[in-house]
Design a protein around this ligand. Sequence first.
Ligand code: FE
Ligand code: CA
Length: 507
Amino acid sequence: MTKLHRRTFVLGGLATAGAVALSGRSAQAAAPFPFKLGVASGEPDSSSVVLWTRLAPTPTNADGQGGMANADVAVDWQVSTSDSFSSLVASGTVTAHYADAHSVHVVAGGLQPDAEYYYRFRAQGFLSPVGRTRTAPATGTFGTDLKMAFASCANYENGYYTAYRRMAEDRPDLILHLGDYIYEGGAGSGVRQHLGAEIVSLADYRRRYAQYKSDPDLQAAHAIAPWLVVPDDHEVENNYANMVRADNSPALTAAQFAARRTAAYKAYYENMPLRPAQAPSGNSIPLYRRVRWGQLATFHMLDTRQFRDDQANGDGWKVSTAADDVNRTLTGAAQEAWLLDGLGQHLGTWDILGQQVFFARQFDASGAANMDAWDGYRASRSRIQTGWVNRAVRNPLVLTGDVHASWANNLKQDYANSNSAVIGTELVCTSITSGGDGSAATAIPNAATNPHLKFYSNRRGYVLTTVGRTQVRADFRSVAKVTEHDAAVSTAKSFVILDGQPGLQAL
Ligand code: FE
Ligand code: CA
């Protein structure tokens, strides 16, 4: 039995003990256990972290309300330095509102920097499972080496969340999720099925999150560490760009798609451990943000969906011309300026871009490129790369999801010139499940036209990094199967990136 399994078992015992201890309140003792979606934390800074839960005794009810009555509920929360909660360092009570599907976002403050904590909730006479979280190092300090895992793309129908479970067992300090946390499609023919048709309404999105979050492996990954999340397309709809849809199925008017975005972003916020500053407003949600990890690293979390300004994403793979993309932007002008300003501040040793779509060039032999990636927005990519070169950014590191395969890439000042300098590094995580088991293929697609692409693997998994003062180590963690439970994890490949020396060093 691993440590994590034992912990989960202990936490189950705690919940039961809490229910018994509080069963004197007879009206509430009759209520069913409300913490079936687990707990989560996120957005750590050096003195606070967001604690999340959502009350849902029957999570997948079609109305999206999880079996909760139309009434607000008081939720107590506690933070301790030990998982026995023998003494508390912070505690309080918040209200879970029916209008927010009984989700809560507690900003637990007054914490010590670079420290580990445990947290739990209590509502309706029940104790929640216990989560582990931590704070960032203080400004100007490096803290201990940061063990950070990142992942994306977890289509529930394509497989079991073994990779989330293995990630939790690695006990990272921080987890980045780079999008496609849910998929919007209706019930299909995978190893397990989505409930209901393609999701469009707020009730639909809430129910879909509840189905995903009922998974114990996903709950384990949330309970082990704080997360930093950004959505990609499937949290709303496949390959959408700003208000433009890649296809019109189901048929929706512009106003109906705006309403769908409103529903999708509200449900995203409700179900993620985001700070109140990220709460949506109508059909937009303010997601791009910086999260500092002391002097060691700065996470620039990007939004490459809401501010795209053209329709290239509907083009699939095609040969893009300079005239096509010179005016395009993937980030919007304001986010681009914000990113370059932040990079120019040299806030920490590593400037880490947490973002969604493939960054390095990956043309095929005919020169065709993926229009739902930075290749479709070459001028936009060039402005950002040139921007960090001109600002003498020491260690730019781009983290990417979306493509359902692992890649490791050198970023080049001029991709058309093989002698051009390496000016950064990109690590692309594979999917948690999307695409199913994958294959044993490791030959780099289109290697001849892309000598800067150094690694490819078509298995499912995640990337485990160790961010230190002198290097970042990246271990590509891989599971052989997701269509069966409990596959083992192994490291398919490891690289290091040295401080002051952009690019991959193979181990
Ligand atoms: Fe995906
Ligand atoms: Ca995607």
